[in-house]
Design a protein around this ligand. Structure first.
Ligand code: ASP
Length: 425
């Protein structure tokens, strides 16, 4: 007999979308006025101090989200597995969803690589600026590793759960949680009830924290964007404009593919589907965290799209942590852009290896704000690009993070709709 568990969802403010967009626009405007290379209405020192203060609500907002990510992921994955009701259901879902996730990730990466190859945004970059950033950079991004495939698989084993939490190794945490959920399904209900209730509490408590954090979202976005604009200057942002446009175009391309998948493989029409998932997309955009958006994705799937909760509660927590097509597309596009910038020539085989590495990297990227770019450093190290190159694209990462997280969450909801159809055979 499956557990039944009413997933609590945070309350949502219907006007949040507009407030966040307004926050973004005002943040860029004020940042430009204060920036030492823009309006210069205050001195450079004062602008820096002001930027730090105005970013404070954003820092608190991100801190709250990061704080709950691990408990939220663990409890949601465990509850997702136990709520699915049976091992045979899980097995059949798992056999379908894993190839689906890998296939869509490959499509996303191919789009990123095609667009950057066609446009070559590196040709629009100002060389003096690149030299300048590279010289002044002291990025803490030296995350080199050159592991073999068996070593990487060995690294996925959660041999020490505490270590996995300290390292924020989401893949190990997800594997551990899936195993624990499966163990619970095989044990008598009396033995597992207390732990199941504890997980329900952990999930509900995490969602409460998200609800509180969301009240800060428009101010957080305003302050963070304002601070980035003060620090980077509008010209710098414009300087990497072609690269940003490529990533955004790629994300839009993948979005169109998703809508095709919705039309061909689900029972929804595109407009109805988009109406149902709108709120989850808004939250993804404003939190830049697929994990923090999970409660809203569940709500969208179950309440708006009326998808069977057995499917959504398994696919959404899993998808939020390992299915990141937006992140994969972005990582591949950024890696190729930096290769072009530093004149690193890649052969076809090397591009294929880049694609494989990016699939793995996107799976291992924690579903929290701004980490896609850190994981990018490992990809760069593998293809001979100085990881310091990240400094060049760091300034615009917040904006791209918002966009790619929105696509990540859309991808999870599309996957849920597809799996609902195929779970019925
Ligand atoms: N912020 C992204 C997410 O949570 C991960 C990334 O940085 O790409 O989905």
């Amino acid at each position: 007999m499956p557990y039944t568990n009413d997933t609590p969802t945070p309350n949502t403010d219907k006007t949040l979308w507009w407030k966040i967009l307004l926050g973004m626009a005002l943040g860029i405007f004020l940042g430009y006025l204060l920036s030492p290379t823009g309006g210069q209405i205050v001195s450079e020192t004062n602008a820096t101090i002001f930027g730090e203060w105005i970013a404070l609500p954003g820092v608190i907002f991100l801190g709250l989200l990061k704080m709950i990510v691990i408990p939220l992921v663990i409890t949601s994955v465990i509850l997702g597995v136990t709520d699915s009701g049976s091992l045979s259901f899980l097995k059949s879902m798992g056999m379908k969803i894993v190839p689906y996730f890998i296939a869509t990730t490959f499509i996303a990466i191919s789009i990123g690589i095609l667009i950057v190859s066609a446009v070559n945004p590196a040709q629009y970059m100002n060389n003096a600026y690149v030299q300048d950033v590279m010289q002044s950079s002291d990025m803490p991004f030296a995350v080199f590793d050159s592991l073999t495939v068996p070593q990487r698989i060995e690294n996925m084993m959660p041999v020490n759960f505490t270590q996995a939490s300290l390292d924020k190794n989401m893949l190990q945490i997800v594997i551990f949680s899936i195993l624990l959920g499966i163990v619970m399904l095989t044990l008598p209900r009396d033995t597992t009830k207390v732990f199941h209730d504890l997980c329900s509490f952990g999930q509900a408590a995490s969602m409460k924290v998200i609800e509180w954090a969301m009240a800060l979202a428009p101010y957080a976005v305003f302050g963070l964007i304002c601070n980035v604009t003060i620090q980077m200057g509008i010209e710098t942002i414009a300087g990497v404009g072609a690269y940003m446009a490529c990533v955004l175009l790629g994300l839009a391309g993948m979005f169109i593919i998703y809508m095709l998948i919705v039309t061909l493989f689900t029972r929804f029409n595109v407009l109805g589907f988009l109406r149902g998932i709108r709120n989850a997309q808004i939250f993804a955009f404003s939190t830049s965290s697929s994990a923090a958006t999970m409660p809203f994705s569940l709500k969208a799937a179950e309440e708006n799209l009326k998808i069977d909760s057995k499917v959504s509660r398994f696919i959404i927590p899993l998808g939020a942590t390992i299915n990141m097509d937006g992140t994969a597309l972005y990582q591949a596009a950024a890696a190729l852009f930096l290769c072009n910038l530093f004149n690193v020539e890649l052969s076809n085989i090397e591009i294929f290896i880049l694609m494989l590495t990016t699939v793995g990297a996107s799976i291992g990227t924690p579903a929290t704000p701004g980490v896609g770019i850190i994981i990018l450093a490992t990809i760069l190290a593998g293809i001979g690009v100085p990881p310091e190159g990240i400094a060049i694209i760091l300034g615009v990462d917040r904006l791209l993070d918002m966009a790619r997280t929105t696509l990540n969450v859309t991808g999870d909801l599309v996957a849920t709709a597809v799996m609902e159809r195929f779970s019925k055979g």
